[in-house]
Design a protein around this ligand. Structure first.
Ligand code: ADP
Ligand code: MG
Length: 237
């Protein structure tokens, strides 16, 4: 525990709201195998992609999300937030399963959504048969019951929900990425609709952001009642 705290202090990792039971930060990615039964193939994909050493946000967010915790994570742009939420999703979904998407990633723009979808495909290739889908005009008619992970912008997803073309009741992991941008771009209403549609009682939600202005904090509160709060580096807002 002292070791965990020393590491947090050195890396400027701050954790609040974990009731004194926050899992220790990762020393290495390899540790995921023993601690969370991460498969060797995923670790191989990570090495191939040159993700050799976890960044501070990854060190603390991954163990938190591998538990059943909800998370509000604040870390600067470029600090590696994408991998911090993708790794636990790949590890927890384990294998392909039909019946409806079990993970949903929301990003503010098509470009950001497609970047996350690309890394997800790269890391899950040959690992567990997980199927992911980046929502676009072209995928509107797809059968989403055959997809494990949906990556979407709020607008695109809301259209599908309105037309009853997608069912989110199997979603166990919901991630709002770049939450400050989601808010700035005025997507609060769409996010509310998505959060309401993700009505599985076992859902775990996470919100990632570079900054935490009061409005984003409010958004977080409306999405999750009592998340663990994780901050890395200076809070720049
Ligand atoms: P953020 O979402 O926090 O702005 P990203 O997830 O987009 O940051 O990551 C920023 C860059 O760092 C990307 O190019 C990504 O590939 C790279 N990166 C992330 N994690 C690692 C890692 N553990 N080792 C090496 N590079 C990494
Ligand atoms: Mg990002």
């Amino acid at each position: 525990d002292d070791e965990a705290n020393a590491m947090r202090k050195q890396l400027r990792i701050r954790v609040q709201g974990a009731d004194g039971s926050c899992p220790a930060p990762l020393q290495t990615f390899d540790e995921l195998e023993k601690r969370f039964k991460c498969g060797g193939r995923l670790l191989e994909r990570m090495r191939e992609a040159k993700f050799l050493e976890p960044t501070p946000i990854q060190r603390q967010a991954v163990p938190i999300l591998c538990g059943k915790n909800e998370l509000l994570a604040i870390a600067p742009t470029g600090s590696g937030k994408t991998l911090a939420f993708l790794l636990p999703i790949i590890m927890k979904l384990k294998a392909h399963k039909e019946g409806g998407a079990r993970a949903l990633l929301l990003a503010p723009t098509k470009e950001l959504a497609s970047q996350s979808a690309r890394i997800l495909r790269l890391l899950s290739r040959g690992v567990s048969g997980l199927k992911s889908c980046l929502l676009s005009k072209a995928t509107a008619g797809n059968d989403f019951s055959k997809v494990d992970v949906v990556v979407a912008t709020p607008m695109r997803l809301k259209i599908l929900l309105q037309d009853d073309k997608i069912n989110l009741s199997k979603v166990l992991y919901l991630v709002l990425d770049e939450a400050d941008k989601l808010f700035e771009m005025g997507f609060v209403e769409q996010i509310d609709a998505v959060v309401a549609a993700c009505d599985n009682k076992k859902i775990t939600r996470a919100l990632f952001s570079a900054t935490l202005p009061e409005k984003v904090e409010e958004l977080a509160r409306s999405v999750m009642p009592r998340p663990i709060r994780l901050t890395v580096g200076e809070r720049n807002s």
